[in-house]
Design a protein around this ligand. Structure first.
Ligand code: NAP
Length: 383
């Protein structure tokens, strides 16, 4: 029996993780849950899973929840509360399914406490990849990917020796605007961008998928998780999202992992690893798939992918700047405050005006994150 804490249990990944836990009561149980502000959903989860403690980021909401619940469970508040859930003594594994750079310190705390971290929060490795990987290594803690592309690579890597992998190939659906021209993109709204063609996800990652910043983040994550040089990571458009990613070996053999676009498979694998247990996900059928197609990414229409690669290669604080500017710009786009092309423009401006710190410590990364977010917010409110 593995005892699990879920940071961001009320979100898309968090609720799917709870579905897996409730379908496998002999394998997994819940120790702790966290939400930002959705205390209605958190209350339902408390009733269903009886965690030992929960945390709510918004302090006032934490107080309201504490008054409302019948089941006696400590309700912690703020980031300190999330850190407490990330490090609970009775927990074996922590799913980090928070959205945004707020996920960085909970990941570090959980690794420091020696927990298995099942990582969905991609901003963790984008903003602080070197520090996070170093922490996992120092503490000999497992850091397992939930992202479907990285889970695919992780699964393909089993049984492959270090040094045998020549290239990682990340597949990319192309996002909601994959067939739109630059001209059309100017007038598209958040509502349009939220219609992802193959995956159903939280709003931030769905916009990141439309700009392809999400794929840029994934290249940075893959660089850290698998220790591959940026030039050995390729991105290929694959609209059906059936092949989740591939690895190319020294002898030109290529291994791939396939399945329907269903996050329950990679989430469950991170929880059950190294075992595989039955899943309620729909069984796969090549006959039903019929056709798989591939193509090149049009870098001109999706500049965010290029900015992410530049930031990743520059290293130091640059990926944290990329992430911070993107977080604020995406938030503003979701609120209809800026246009779709403004997202990439703001990210570029933030990168261009940043003075790189080559080997930042975690305080410097968090300081840069906060400063860039404030700067981009000011730019948006002034325009
Ligand atoms: N969804 C997917 O299929 C998928 C696939 C691969 C990777 N990911 C990555 O996984 C992460 C989560 O994605 P998601 O789609 O599950 O997001 P989501 O549906 O928006 O859920 C985010 C969760 O984090 C909480 N949260 C949001 N902002 C917070 C803050 N400032 N402080 C504390 N908690 C906060 C939310 O609480 P409330 O509900 O109270 O707001 C919610 O529980 C992201 O990094 C995403 O890129 C997602």
């Amino acid at each position: 029996m593995r005892t699990i804490a879920i940071l961001g249990s009320t979100g898309s990944i968090g609720t799917q993780a709870l579905d897996i836990i409730s379908a496998n009561p002999d394998e997994f149980s819940v120790a702790g849950l966290t939400a930002h502000s959705n205390i209605g959903k958190l209350k339902e989860q408390i009733d269903a899973f009886k965690p030992k403690a929960v945390a709510v980021m918004e302090r006032e909401k934490a107080e309201v929840l504490a008054e409302e619940i019948d089941y006696a469970v400590p309700v912690l508040a703020g980031l300190a509360g999330i850190h407490s859930i990330a490090t609970m003594q009775e927990t074996d594994a922590v799913i980090n399914s928070l959205v945004g750079s707020v996920g960085v310190t909970p990941t570090l705390k959980a690794l420091d406490a020696g927990k298995r971290v099942c990582l969905a929060n991609k901003e963790t490795l984008v903003a602080a990849g070197d520090i996070v990987m170093q922490k996992a290594q120092q503490r000999e803690a497992e850091l397992l990917p939930i992202d479907s592309e990285h889970s695919a690579i992780f699964q393909c890597m089993r049984g492959v020796d270090d040094g045998e992998v020549r290239k990682l190939i990340l597949t990319c659906s192309g996002g909601a605007f994959r067939d739109k021209s630059i001209g059309e993109m100017r007038s598209l709204t958040a509502k349009d961008a939220l219609m992802h063609p193959t995956w159903k996800m939280g709003s931030k990652i769905t916009i990141d998928s439309a700009t392809l910043m999400n794929k840029g983040f994934e290249v940075i994550e893959a660089h850290h998780l698998f220790g591959m040089a940026y030039d050995a990571i390729e991105v290929v458009k694959h609209p059906q999202s059936i092949i989740h990613s591939l690895i190319e070996l020294n002898d030109n053999a290529v291994l791939a992992q396939l399945g329907w676009p269903d996050m329950r498979i990679p989430i469950q694998y991170a929880l059950s690893y190294p075992d595989r247990i039955p899943s309620s996900a729909r069984p796969f059928s090549l006959i039903d798939v019929k056709q798989l197609t591939f193509g090149e990414i049009d870098a001109k229409r999706f500049p965010c992918l290029g900015y992410a690669l530049l930031a990743g290669k520059a290293g130091g604080t640059m990926p944290a700047v990329l992430n911070a500017a993107n977080e604020v710009a995406v938030h503003a786009f979701l609120n209809d405050e800026i246009s779709f092309p403004d997202i990439s423009r703001m990210v570029k401006e933030a990168l261009d005006s940043h003075t790189l710190i080559r080997r930042p410590d975690i305080d410097e990364i968090l300081e840069v994150d906060m400063r860039v977010k404030n700067e981009v917010r000011n730019t948006i409110s002034e325009q």
